[in-house]
Design a protein around this ligand. Sequence first.
Ligand code: GUN
Length: 292
Amino acid sequence: MSAAIIDGKKIAEDIRREVKEAVLRLKAKKGIVPGLAFILVGEEPASQSYVRSKGKACDELGFYSVTEKVDVSIPEGKVLSMIDGFNRDPKIHGILVQLPLPKHINEQKVFEAILPKKDVDGFHPINIGRMMTGAETFYPCTPAGIWELLKRSNINPSGKHVVVVGRSNIVGKPIANILMQKREWCNAIVTIAHTAAPDLSYYTRQADILIAAIGKAHAITSSMVQPGVVVIDVGINRVVDRTTKTGYRIVGDVDFDAVKEVAGAITPVPGGVGPMTIAMLMMNTLKSAQRA
Ligand code: GUN
């Protein structure tokens, strides 16, 4: 039997509608317009496209936004002083520096330069610490989106074995932390598997909920999962496809066509986790503006 498809596009649209309505209420009640600043270093096509989509979301939802596009050779100090300017700007409630950054810019220094209350990416060590201890904070947008997808699809991780494949600071580590917390819609038994595993399938086959965040096209095959598993595919990989206008197409970390025949539920790529990341960025920025 084929798996239920978790429609991230539809769920993200619902959230965007809710945020848009909340923005109108915030404007009417307090005269505050949520403001988001983007810093884009260099001209990497994927990063340009992500920042464009996020800017478009700001326009659609009634946010104020500023995008600073700067040359790849910009000195680190200039990026830090740009952040300082946004930290002081009362119109700005969220600051997002698009990753990856060129090698001469220290990512950690950049994260630490952003005021924690404007860190809508949830990458500041203070916010990471708050997340780990279960305190109220901004959760990084992709893990927040995964959690929201599960909640809105009525899939409760409590008592379930969640296997996360991938240990990145942006997805693997935070989603594991969130889902293991002792609170509603969490309380999962979590395993983090990664590239050092001699046999990844030993771990993935034990998953009730499998979260694939490896960054490798079709790395999870149907023989690596148990029947009925819930599969969350975080991958966004370009593969060559000469039948398309661009010459490529986007696929996930999961072999969707084969795995959907075994799984109980699955997110597609595109249209699964991807749209949720932007929706949660808007949600975090709204939250920051509401606190202002
Ligand atoms: N690059 C890929 N994902 C992200 C993200 O969530 N935030 C930022 N700032 N850059 C990214």
